[in-house]
Design a protein around this ligand. Structure first.
Ligand code: HEC
Length: 104
């Protein structure tokens, strides 16, 4: 009976991580080869600053057109600097363009 807990823990950890991949894939998962540090910053902003009012929403849930409508508004709400805005925008675009933009 005791052995169920480590197994349960493992399952929750693994499925928890998989969910994370879909919400905001890491730069390695995107297979980006350029501007890695810039994109890393963008991801950091997405998972920290963009989660102050709501959970991180799965990026691939919205189309590029939808993001074009949503993002400027959210950037303003988040009070990002010009550079931070560019970083988070670049990250979101990279996710949308990625072939691994995991299951919509
Ligand atoms: C100050 C609070 C706040 C911050 C910070 C914030 N949001 Fe939001 N966000 C909201 C609210 C409120 C809504 C729902 C109403 C709306 O669309 O304005 C929302 C909705 C959204 C939606 C769903 C829009 C839709 O039409 O379904 C997305 C996607 C989103 N936010 C992304 C982001 C991103 C990316 C950032 C960081 C750049 C961010 N948010 C930061 C308050 C915030």
């Amino acid at each position: 009976m005791k052995r169920i807990f480590p197994i349960l823990f493992l399952i929750l950890t693994v499925t928890g991580c998989m969910d994370g991949l879909k919400v905001a894939p890491t730069i390695q998962e995107l297979g980006a080869t350029r501007d890695i540090a810039f994109l890393e910053e963008g991801r950091k902003i997405y998972v920290t600053s963009c989660t102050k009012c709501h959970n991180a929403l799965r990026i691939s849930r919205y189309s590029q057109q939808e993001w074009d409508g949503i993002l400027p508004d959210m950037i303003q709400k988040t009070k990002l600097t010009r550079v931070q805005a560019k970083q988070v925008e670049a990250y979101i675009n990279a996710v949308l363009l990625s072939p691994s933009a995991v299951a919509r």
